[in-house]
Ligand binder design. Structure first.
Ligand SMILES: Nc1ncnc2c1ncn2[C@@H]1O[C@H](COP(=O)(O)OP(=O)(O)O)[C@@H](O)[C@H]1O
Ligand SMILES: [Mg+2]
Length: 379
């Protein structure tokens, strides 16, 4: 839903336990960058130990070799001196640039930039500098800007073209996004994946809030698809037989899905007042479809062998199925919805729900397309 381009700066803020570390690891495993630089900055030592133990055992899903072969881990845990935090961030980004100059696509994760900011605050206080907002030094935001500035696509003197994506997590106390580190990160990044405590509590993972998150690459992505210059081979190598039309459909469906999700938000307010029974079939249908987008499409269990990764063509097929139902049932509601109040409830019975929730465990897009045919025939 929120595409990230090679070379883009990304911020993933979220309170403790929202899934920041997990989301970064998923991107490290499945994204199409060739080199991963992971900086554990000021987080708990056991998390870093876990990574150091886990990564060598993981297989790179694309090459079959150990993921560790293309990963560089920089450990800087909370019990290390605070001055080392800054060093770890700069070491990480310098290593990332080194590989970029060699023509690789690199992704660097900094987990968490909040700990780095805290160390800046502490050092600045000891140097008796004038504190600014929340005790952070006045240069906080320019330092964060100077860090994210180092992302990007570069043609090196060697003639090689490479890129660095910088993904920084931010852990604002109490999940308050108005604090200075989150705000400075927001200003300097192109993609903002806001992890939501409420979604995490409901076990909706990844807990990326679809209303507050955004990507500024939307237009660039659409332009690339429109001009037919999207890196076809890269996407295809992730076993999706991606063609331009899949991208075109996805762009259109993504827009419809986002609109339905925000309509759902408003409808749920209404439901609190009048109950579901007070809604007409058309509104009930929006609720059913939005629920399906959330639970059957957006929600992804990182611990499940199949659900942990979804190829792009399967992703589009799933959305296509859900919105195909929206269209077909919508037509039915249009013609007979006034006669039968329970029309939508009858269609979305337990059997239909079960088929929809099993969809994510199908392996390929053609299986999803077959399911779509079956479900539409059932209505
Ligand atoms: N995509 C996911 N699928 C399944 N579980 C997840 C997912 N993302 C997060 N979790 C669960 O949330 C827990 C906390 O995530 P973590 O990344 O450690 O949080 P944070 O770094 O924000 O404090 C993880 O241990 C995991 O059990
Ligand atoms: Mg973490």
């Amino acid at each position: 839903m929120f595409p990230i381009m090679l070379g883009g700066p990304v911020a993933t803020p979220g309170p403790f336990g929202a899934g920041k570390t997990f989301t970064q690891q998923q991107i490290a495993k499945w994204g199409n960058a060739q080199i991963v630089v992971y900086v554990g900055c000021g987080e708990r030592g056991n998390e870093m130990t876990e990574m150091v133990k886990l990564f060598p055992t993981l297989k790179d899903p694309r090459t079959g070799k150990p993921l560790m072969d293309r990963t560089c881990l920089i450990a800087n845990t909370s019990n290390m001196p605070i001055a080392a935090r800054e060093a770890s961030i700069y070491t990480g980004v310098t290593i990332a640039e080194y590989y970029r100059d060699m023509g690789y696509d690199v992704v660097m994760m900094a987990d968490s930039t909040s700990r780095w900011a805290e160390s800046m605050r502490e050092i600045s206080a000891r140097m008796e500098e004038m504190p600014s907002e929340e005790g952070y030094p006045a240069y906080l935001s320019s330092r964060i800007a100077a860090f994210y500035e180092r992302s990007g696509v570069v043609r090196a003197n060697s003639g090689e073209e490479g890129s660095v994506i910088l993904i920084g997590t931010v852990s604002p106390a109490g999940g308050d996004f108005s604090e200075p580190v989150t705000q400075a990160s927001l200003k300097n990044t192109q993609v903002f994946l806001a992890l939501d405590e409420k979604l995490a509590a409901k076990r909706h993972y990844p807990s990326i809030n679809w209303n507050t998150s955004y990507t500024l690459y939307e237009d660039m992505y659409e332009d690339l698809v429109a001009s037919g210059s999207l890196g076809q081979e890269e996407v295809a190598s992730l076993n999706g037989q991606t063609s331009e039309s899949v991208h075109r459909d996805f762009i259109e469906n993504r827009g419809i899905a986002k609109r339905l999700l925000s309509e759902e938000d408003e409808l749920l307010e209404l439901v609190k007042l009048v109950g579901v029974d007070g809604l007409d079939n058309h509104k009930r249908l929006i609720l059913e479809i939005a629920k399906s987008i959330r639970e059957d499409f957006l929600q992804q269990n990182g611990f499940d062998d199949i659900d942990t990764y979804c190829a792009f063509d399967k992703c589009e097929a799933m959305l296509n199925l859900i919105l195909g139902l929206y269209q077909k049932v919508g037509e039915l509601v249009e013609s007979k919805g006034t006669d039968d109040d329970d029309l939508v409830a009858k269609i979305f019975d337990d059997k239909m729900r079960k088929s929809l929730s099993d969809m994510k465990y199908l392996k390929t897009s053609s299986e999803v397309n077959q399911l779509k045919k079956d479900l539409l025939a059932r209505i």
